[in-house]
Design a protein. Structure first.
Length: 124
């Protein structure tokens, strides 16, 4: 494991012990909430991270940002960086913090900058 420290935060570099791969998806990715299309893209990326199910990241330009509301929820991933969240109010309480983004992802995952990811709940 490669570890660097920056501003008190641990930064880890993906490698054999914790691989992360990002690749273009084939076909179209569509996210719907309460029957509304929140995002639809043929330019989505799939991020595969050791120990987690694959996650689709959709370009912000392919999302209806008017349906998203920023929240104060915040998490940190030592492999990807600071993560901020959005809710999708039309989906009700189960869509709180259901969308996330890395505004300034670390270099190893820079491809997901300006992309949004969505939790795969039953409302999607």
């Amino acid at each position: 494991m490669n570890t660097i420290s920056s501003k008190g935060k641990e930064i880890r570099i993906p490698g054999p012990d914790h691989p992360i791969t990002i690749s273009p998806t084939r076909g179209k990715v569509r996210v719907t909430v309460a029957g509304r299309i929140v995002a639809e893209s043929t330019r989505a990326l799939q991020l595969e991270e050791n120990g987690y199910p694959p996650v689709y990241y959709v370009p912000r330009n392919d999302a209806d940002l008017s349906l998203l509301v920023p929240t104060t929820h915040y998490t940190y991933c030592p492999y990807k960086g600071d993560c901020t969240y959005f809710s999708v109010p039309i989906g009700g309480p189960k869509s709180d913090n259901a969308v996330w983004t890395y505004e300034t992802p670390y270099d190893a995952v820079a491809n997901i900058k300006e992309y949004l990811a969505f939790y795969p709940h039953e409302w999607m």
